[in-house]
Design a protein around this ligand. Structure first.
Ligand code: DI6
Ligand code: FE
Length: 412
């Protein structure tokens, strides 16, 4: 006996076909039985005993709509205050991203906004962003800190994420990104700042139960591989999984370093080389590709998608939502850009926001595909094939989501 039986659906389970790692996993004229928020049965409706009314407390008619797993945005900086629209205008007048940063703008300007803004205000702004994504079928998120850069302000961002999880029921992973940029008070003292992260910020925030995973930005304009390694050693000592912003603007061999620490993911990766790819393959590290930042910075160097594919490294797609390089509130648009800009197939792009995004968060046992035992977490779409989600852009065909078995309709 199910709690709920959904019938009259077409389902893209996103389960790969046997022996393959691609495929939409389509079941036409399908049904899903839900018990205690989990998938208790899924398959072709004709395989169910009749009458269906005897199988569940509630029987719901999907009216022939399409279903995919709930989308997962596995790389975001959604918690922050302030806007950088003025810098966008400056860039269009010819000032470069680096020049703006050197003049005290860029990440530093968002850090100032975060330090000046109350937790409640940041909470409200972050809630708005999360709801915008949720209404497009995003049922799971990752949120990084990294715009506070001192103990108190990083705590503020992680507390916002924690409250969104605990008080509003958003499923989200909280990532400590203290090593995002060097705060101005540590100018020319990057190693001292890394000391602060390792000796105070990370252990304190972890002890307060505010941290699920640890990230860093490995780049000439941010932190060296050696500095990142110190942060990762501390994370390992605290039993926290790591991930890394790597090879975004140059190749510092961050992906290889991340793989040495069995990182969940290495992200951006425009400048990734084959050695890094092999290391990621061996460690099971997911390649998170971020077309929003590539597009908004008008980057020319493409991530090595073909090589990733050839080596069988799973690719995920995320918004990288942040005020500086990807002020994007549509994961569906990212799917389209992953296809047009990075040449992923629609099937790969959709797997990138479901199956592989779940792996990038270490949540593959519960999410990312629709199969018995996993969370009853899926989106109902007004489309005629799952590839439409990547094809049409600037449109939201989500009708509603089932999250942990519960229906949230978006009508009206
Ligand atoms: N890579 C990025 O593109 C953003 N952070 C990062 O590590 C930049 C964030 C910003 O400009 O505010
Ligand atoms: Fe990022």
């Amino acid at each position: 006996m199910f709690d709920t039986l959904w019938k009259n659906l077409h389902i893209a389970t996103m389960l790969p076909a046997a022996g393959q790692d691609t495929g939409y996993g389509i079941i036409n004229n399908a049904a899903v039985g839900i018990k205690d928020g989990r998938i208790a049965w899924i398959g072709a409706a004709q395989e169910l005993a009749l009458p269906h009314e005897n199988l569940a407390e509630y029987v719901l008619d999907g009216e022939g709509k399409w279903v995919t797993p709930g989308l997962i945005d596995c790389h975001t900086h959604l918690a922050y205050a302030g806007s950088r629209a003025q810098e966008f205008e400056q860039r269009l007048e010819g000032v470069s991203y680096e020049d703006i940063a050197r003049a005290g703008g860029g990440i530093a300007s968002t850090v100032r906004s975060v330090r000046e803004t109350s937790e409640d205000k940041i909470f409200d702004q972050t809630l708005f962003r999360l709801l915008t994504l949720f209404r497009q079928g995003v049922t799971s998120f990752e949120i990084k800190s990294g715009y506070g850069l001192d103990l108190e302000s990083e705590r503020k961002l992680l507390r916002v994420a924690t409250r969104l999880r605990d008080d509003y029921g958003f499923r989200l992973q909280r990532t400590f990104l203290g090593a995002h940029a060097l705060p101005s008070e540590y100018k020319d003292r990057a190693d001292d700042y890394i000391d602060l992260i390792c000796e105070t910020m990370l252990p304190t925030l972890a002890a307060e139960g505010l941290v699920d995973t640890v990230d860093a930005f490995c780049e000439h304009i941010a932190f060296s591989a050696g500095q990142v390694q110190r942060v990762f050693d501390k994370a390992r000592a605290l039993n926290l999984p790591v991930k890394l912003h790597a090879e975004q603007l140059s190749n510092l061999h961050g992906a290889r370093l991340a793989a040495q620490y069995q990182a969940l993911s290495a992200d951006h990766l425009e400048y990734l080389d084959e050695d890094g790819i092999k290391a990621m393959k061996d460690s099971g590290t997911v390649a998170v590709l971020l077309p929003g930042a590539f597009y908004f910075l008008r980057e020319k160097q493409l991530p090595p998608v073909d090589l990733l594919r050839r080596h069988g490294v799973p690719m995920a797609i995320a918004t990288d939502h942040n005020p500086g390089t990807s002020p994007c509130l549509s994961l569906l648009l990212m799917l389209n850009m992953a296809c047009t800009l990075f040449r992923l197939t629609p099937e790969e792009a959709l797997a990138g926001a479901t199956r592989n995004a779940a792996r990038a968060l270490g949540w593959q046992d519960n999410l990312g595909t629709l199969e018995i035992g996993k969370a009853a977490d899926f989106v109902l779409w007004d489309i005629s094939h799952p590839r439409d989600l990547c094809y049409v852009f600037g449109h939201n065909p989500a009708i509603g989501v089932v999250k942990d078995g519960e229906w949230h309709g978006f009508a009206g």
